[in-house]
Structure formats: C-alpha cells, structure tokens
Design a binder for this molecule. Structure first.
Ligand SMILES: [Zn+2]
Length: 290
C-alpha cells in the first residue's frame, strides 16, 4: 500500500474515534512514519544492495557508465541493456537486474552463466532478453561485451529493404556488414522478444562474425572486445543510421565507405576510444554523484 493510499485512509470519514483536525493530523503523521519506516526495513529484501561477487569494480563501472551514456544520448530509453563477460570466469557474464539503463548503479549488476541463469538472484527481477547476451557469449569467444538497444535511428533499417551501410569513419565497423535478423523466419508470429535460448542462438547465428546485427521490428545488438567498444558501436550505429536516412532523403547516389576504408578507419577507432570514453564518463558523472 502506498503512502498516499494509507494517508487517505487515515483521514477518510467514518473513523471510529478522534475526528478532530489535530487528531487526524497526528494520526496521518504516524501512518506516514510507519510506511516510511516499513519501506526502509523492507528495501534490502526487495533490492539487495550488493554487486556481483568477485567481479572487477572497473568492469562494473564501465557497464554503469555505458548504460547511462547510451540512455543520455537516447540510444537506450527505458529498455535495452549493456553486459560484459567476466574475464576471470569467461563462462559467466555481468549485467544489471531488470532496470531502466539510466538508473543502473554498481549495486544492480548481477552475474549470469551462459544459459542465462542468475548465479545469485536473491529475488531480483531479471531481463527477459538476457538470452541475447548468453547465446552471443556462447557463440563468440572473442566477444567481451554485448549491447542491446531499441535505437530509434536504426529501427527503420530493420524493416526496410535498404541495408545499413557506413556513412563515415566513426561507423567504419559497419563496412564489414550489418545483417538483419527476422525472428519470424524461425519462430513464426511472436511477441518479438528474445526470451529464450533458442531465439538467442538464432540471433547469434545471424550476427556471425560481425560487430552488429539488426533485429527486424525491434532494434539492434552490438558486440566488441570491451564494454567501451560495444557501447561506441551502439552509439555510432544509431548516429550512422540517422545520417544515412538524411543522405537518402537528399537523393542521388550515396558514396559509402568501401570495405577497405572501413577496415582502416576502424583501426583508428580503437586508438581514439579512450578519448571519447573519458568525455562520455565526464558527461554522466553528475548523475552518479561524482
Ligand atoms: Zn529488446
């Protein structure tokens, strides 16, 4: 019961005794205090405040920063998630409990095995689509981080016949290809969610050896050798998609990066990654109280 509903009960007509204003205010105060105290007492049982056991604090911080940065840019909204493989135990990965990315803190990060089972759930709610992550980690030993978004810029390219292609150097990784996965092909008419290992496996197969896979009528997944790079790719997949839509609207033939240009430019992206990551980190520092 909420504070509001308890409070309204406390001042509703028909109370057996004490109908005076002072009594009712005193009773309201007592009820509010009771509810607030109750909330404090109950909070640990509902949302245990403890990070994943044994996980590296810097890696957890990267997940938190990546989640908040992508939310800040509008690439993620209330949905989507960032995960990282645990380098100490490559058969486990780390991701938040079910929570809007802008609200993720280190204490929300949980540990999962590659079947998508939480190692220590403690009653916490899990993301339905965690099988995107578990099955990609299973299929791609080189992948250390996975990001899933419902990127508004990308969605048009998941449902049209126009392939997403590299407009500029920051999105050079797209030159290797950005396949589209259609859940309907293998699973018929669904709720569109990757809610079990079979759907995750099918998605991972469509990703193949690429850095990004688009999901028809849904969003995309980017992967990388680090959280920083997977987040970088999620952001620039969205930016590239928006720019490509603008270029298409201008009309005429579009002069995309070639595969050779893409490969060379992507090498530079790895070199400058920390520069932009530090900028993003500074950008969201106030939201972390830093
Ligand atoms: Zn999704």
């Amino acid at each position: 019961m909420s504070v509001t509903s308890r409070a309204s009960l406390a001042i509703c007509p028909g109370q057996p005794i004490g109908t005076g204003v002072s009594y009712r205010l005193a009773r309201l105060g007592a009820v509010v205090a009771f509810v607030l105290l109750g909330g404090l007492v109950q909070a640990p049982a509902q949302t245990p405040a403890a990070p994943a056991t044994g996980a590296d604090a810097a890696l957890i911080e990267d997940i938190v920063i990546g989640s908040r940065v992508l939310a800040d840019f509008g690439v993620l909204d209330g949905f989507g998630h960032v995960s990282a493989r645990d380098p100490k135990n490559p058969n486990h990965f780390l991701m938040s409990r079910s929570l809007a990315p802008a609200l993720v803190t280190p204490d929300d990060i949980m540990e999962f095995d590659l079947d998508g089972n939480a190692v220590d759930a403690r009653g916490r709610t899990l993301f339905l689509e965690r099988f995107i992550h578990s099955e990609i980690y299973k299929a791609r030993p080189d992948v250390m981080s996975v990001v899933h978004t419902h990127s508004p810029g990308v969605v048009p390219f998941t449902v049209s016949q126009v392939p997403l292609r590299p407009m500029y150097h920051n999105a050079a990784f797209l030159a290797a290809g950005a396949p589209v996965w259609d859940i309907r092909k293998d699973f018929g008419e669904t709720d569109m969610l990757v809610r079990d290992p079979a759907r995750g496996k099918s998605l991972a197969e469509r990703l193949g050896d690429k850095s990004v896979v688009l999901m028809r009528g849904h969003g995309d997944v980017t992967v990388g050798p680090s959280v920083k790079m997977a987040v970088f790719r999620a952001y620039y997949t969205d930016v590239n998609a928006r720019l490509q839509s603008q270029a298409i609207a201008l009309g005429g033939v579009i002069n995309y990066l070639t595969p050779g240009e893409g490969a060379k430019a992507d090498t530079i992206n790895f070199v400058v990654l920390d520069r932009i990551w530090n900028l993003w980190k500074m950008r969201i520092a106030p939201s972390l109280g830093k």
